[in-house]
Design a protein around this ligand. Structure first.
Ligand SMILES: Nc1nc2c(c(=O)[nH]1)N[C@H]1C(S)=C(S)[C@@H](COP(=O)(O)OP(=O)(O)OC[C@H]3O[C@@H](n4cnc5c(=O)[nH]c(N)nc54)[C@H](O)[C@@H]3O)O[C@H]1N2
Ligand SMILES: Nc1nc2c(c(=O)[nH]1)N[C@H]1C(S)=C(S)[C@@H](COP(=O)(O)OP(=O)(O)OC[C@H]3O[C@@H](n4cnc5c(=O)[nH]c(N)nc54)[C@H](O)[C@@H]3O)O[C@H]1N2
Ligand code: SF4
Ligand SMILES: [Mo]
Length: 750
């Protein structure tokens, strides 16, 4: 995710802090890419290899490092690291590979992709990537797809910040980021940063609390941030939208909103008031399971302590009511006067000196007829080209860019619709699938459907560092470099206007290459070398940095962070980038798309007696980033097995105890998992960790290194009842399930 680092507005740019290596070792100023928060770190290099990673000395970034960053040099030097291009020789998923050269691989990939395009049209090519991890894609994948004619790009950002960016734009035209530095009140809707999980945000919250800022946490579980909060509301999982409606009810009824801002800069206030009146606090208390008194207290605290922030949270990105919940956060920010004010929610735009990824992507070359074919845009349009069409001209007017693609999430295909098309159940076939830095099988809902879709492909290409379950099903597995082995220009994905360089620390091992190089090779293999004209990442950066007056070399050796002076309340001059030019409390865009123009709460489907428990996936484990790192002994030894959490009473009720093996199942699938009894869990709720597979277990179809037995995606449904209406993203925060004790441990258990 883009960095929510808070910057003193009086500074202009943070010049590099000199970093001394131990024993005179060479150092590089780098951004850790092991997870998606990109901590500023220093690498120490001995005889061409990174031997140590430590946090930057710069006061802006000091102490931002976790165990995954520290262990990265060992993790990337692991003997299982993919070093050479591999071509499948047996049946798909048989685990039989032949080593080939990059040139052989790319020539064949180009020809086979062209064959799919010739047979089925360019829309038959889908790509799934994680901009977070690969980090050097820089929009080049979109650029090639746009030139070739495919709109079917999906990403993990559909469940994480990318979709939030798209939904925020519906209300006020841009996705703001929170100013922790001078805020008086922080509200965490579930979000739970820790010492080893997005440590920069953890540190910012702690610093804000130390200078007196209030903290409100909404979490069904007594999380570590709940423990340190001024107010903790243990709401029922999946009820965040109802909670926000209750807060608004209090805020509007008690007149705690910013009347001037509402009068001058919003539309739809009366309609909102009417909607909110349908959610009196008593009703909200019933829905959320929180007492009415603390709901009122929290609403008042947020509205009256200002400036207050509701930092982006992934929790409401993954709910049945996600669009309403995200809109409600936006509406709370706006009516309480927190937009674009110091200590509030900053709307920054792109850095004017640096060419943004949105420009690189060239969405303007994809014909409207191809945009219209984007999968899912007919049923769940919110973050597709169709859903975002109405903000295009206004974004151009206010932010200077028609296709501003914040957090890469504003013009995506719908993942579930894409997997259905891959499985032959869509409006047209998808027959070629590329995954770059994304363990697709495990990283969306409904793994059985994704598997079916992958088995129905004519061509699968995976660019990876390790032989993941997804890679095991590919026709070609291509070895990716790591963040230690490439330069990187981090433009905060258009979320903030801050730009940071990361220097290359060492040469990639074997034949590992960057995604930049992959896309450049693909453009050439498709007979379109002019689409990626830059010779190297460095020359590409030289061009993007022209407006700074520096080339990459000068920029990366002198700057650790680059930003301009912060201006506030810019909307007073430009208006907001919405059709009305105001904050749309009632959304004209959603109305025109055929949806409710006001936020609402849709309750769970009726309980199913076969599956009496509720589960949510998440609560990231400190040791791993998403589906990664299970191969790293230093980390895995701390957490050898997946573990669910339940309360003591729920464990007793279902006949399981701490350390037992259990089966968790529902109508989508089943997994085997160890039981952990935790006081912090409410009764009846089960927490399932994300992304489990075991690299040491048997590879290939039928096994997939334990992913079939352990991945949370086996339990996440994506039928309509469990999809958000407007975006079509899956509900991962309130899925029915049951727990049964297993008499014997599953295969591969330690
Ligand atoms: N079922 C389910 N799905 C989810 C979630 C969930 O909780 N449950 N969480 C969602 C969230 S919050 C997010 S952010 C997304 C995350 O989705 P992603 O960020 O795509 O994460 P992963 O799918 O774990 O894939 C990362 C893969 O990239 C590889 N990799 C790492 N660095 C590089 C690199 O530099 N180059 C290349 N080529 N490969 C690299 C790693 O080995 C790993 O296999 O998933 C979302 N999907
Ligand atoms: N070590 C480590 N750090 C990571 C990651 C990792 O994989 N490992 N992943 C990174 C990524 S991509 C992301 S998106 C973040 C995610 O990290 P967080 O935002 O912290 O999300 P989770 O850890 O999934 O869950 C946070 C809290 O949400 C609560 N919760 C569950 N359901 C609900 C609900 O319906 N409503 C509310 N209000 N709360 C609920 C849970 O009890 C939990 O305490 O972590 C990032 N940091
Ligand atoms: S939190 Fe850890 S893994 Fe993530 S960027 Fe920072 S050091 Fe790297
Ligand atoms: Mo995420």
């Amino acid at each position: 995710m883009p960095s929510n680092y808070t910057i003193d507005p009086n500074e202009t740019s943070g010049l590099r802090t000199p970093a001394e290596g131990r024993r005179g070792l060479e150092t590089r100023q780098t951004l850790c890419g092991t997870c998606d928060i990109s901590c500023s770190v220093v690498t120490e290099i001995d005889r061409g290899r990174v031997v140590r990673v430590r946090s930057s000395e710069n006061p802006l970034f000091r102490d931002n490092i976790c165990m995954k960053g520290i262990v990265a040099p060992k993790a990337f030097a692991h003997p299982d690291r993919l070093m050479h291009p591999l071509k499948r020789v047996g049946e798909r998923g048989s685990g039989q590979w032949e080593r080939v050269t990059w040139d052989e691989a790319m020539t064949d990939i180009g020809a086979r992709l062209q064959g799919v395009i010739d047979r089925h049209g360019p829309e038959a090519w889908a790509v799934s990537t994680s901009q977070w991890n690969t980090a050097t894609d820089h929009g080049l994948g979109r650029r090639i797809m746009n030139h070739v004619g495919s709109p079917n790009w999906i990403s993990g950002v559909a469940l994480c910040a990318g979709n939030t960016a798209a939904i925020n734009r519906l209300t006020y035209g841009w996705f703001p980021f929170s100013d922790f530095s001078s805020t008086n009140c922080i509200v965490l809707f579930g979000h739970n940063p820790r010492r080893h999980s997005w440590v920069p945000i953890y540190n910012q919250i702690r610093r804000a609390q130390a200078r007196g800022a209030k903290l409100i946490v909404l979490d069904p579980r007594r999380s570590s941030n709940a423990d340190r909060a001024d107010l903790w509301l243990p709401l029922r999982a999946g009820t965040d939208a109802a909670m926000c409606l209750g807060w608004l009810n209090v805020i509007l009824e008690e007149g705690l909103y910013d009347e001037d801002f509402v009068a001058n800069w919003t539309v739809g206030f009366e309609a909102l008031r009417e909607r909110v009146a349908a959610y009196p606090v008593e009703r909200v208390a019933e829905i959320t399971g929180c007492d009415a008194g603390s709901i009122r207290e929290a609403a008042r605290m947020y509205a009256t302590s200002g400036p207050s922030i509701i930092p982006w949270t992934p929790i409401t990105d993954m709910q049945r009511n996600s669009t309403s919940a995200i809109r409600l956060h936006s509406i709370l920010r706006a009516v309480c006067g927190n937009l674009d004010v110091p200590g509030g929610e900053l709307l920054q735009g792109f850095n004017p000196d640096v060419v943004p990824e949105s420009t690189i992507e060239m969405h303007e070359v994809l014909p409207e007829a191809q945009k219209a074919k984007q999968l899912g845009s007919d049923t769940h349009p919110a973050f597709t080209y169709r859903g975002q069409k109405a903000v295009r001209e206004h974004t151009k007017r206010v932010w200077g860019h028609e296709y501003a693609n914040q957090v890469t999430g504003c013009f995506m295909a719908n993942p579930s619709a894409t997997f259905r098309a891959m499985a032959g159940e869509g409006p047209y076939p998808v027959k070629a699938f590329f995954a770059l830095g994304n363990n697709t099988l495990l990283s969306y809902a409904n793994m059985p459907l994704i598997l079916k879709g992958m088995l129905n492909q004519d061509l699968i290409v995976v660019h990876e560092q390790f032989m993941t379950p997804t890679a095991q099903l590919a026709d070609y597995v291509l070895p990716g470099d790591s963040w230690l082995e490439r330069p990187w220009l981090h433009d905060a994905f258009g979320w903030a206007s801050m730009v940071r360089p990361s220097q290359k620390s060492m040469e990639p091992p074997g034949e590992c290459e960057s995604t930049f190089s992959f896309w450049k090779r693909l453009a050439t293999a498709l007979g379109r070398p002019e689409v990626v004209p830059w010779e190297s990442l460095e020359s590409f950066y030289d061009e993007r940095l022209v407006g700074t007056g520096m080339d990459w070399d000068a920029f990366s050796t002198t700057h650790e962070v680059y930003f301009g002076p912060t201006a506030y309340r810019k909307y007073e001059k430009t208006g907001f980038a919405t059709p009305s030019g105001k904050v749309e409390l009632e959304s004209s865009i959603l109305r025109d798309l055929g949806f409710d123009s006001l936020p609402y709460f849709r309750d769970d489907p009726p309980r199913d007696p076969e599956h009496p428990l509720m589960m949510f996936t998440g609560v990231r484990e400190d040791e791993f980033f998403q589906t990664g790192q299970r191969h790293v002994p230093e980390l895995r030894s701390r957490k050898p097995e997946p573990v669910l959490y339940v309360s003591a009473r729920t464990a007793a009720e279902y006949g399981v105890a701490e350390g037992d093996w259990a089966q968790v199942s529902n109508r989508t699938g089943k997994i085997a998992i160890r039981v952990g009894v935790r006081e912090a869990m409410p009764d009846g709720l089960v927490r399932i960790p994300h992304g489990w597979w075991k690299p040491e277990m048997k590879q290939g179809l039928g096994h997939l290194s334990g992913a079939l037995a352990h991945a949370d995606a086996q339990l996440c449904p994506d039928d309509e009842d469990f999809l958000d209406r407007e975006q079509g993203i899956p509900h991962l925060k309130g899925i029915p399930c049951r727990i049964d004790r297993l008499d014997a441990p599953p295969e591969g258990a330690s």
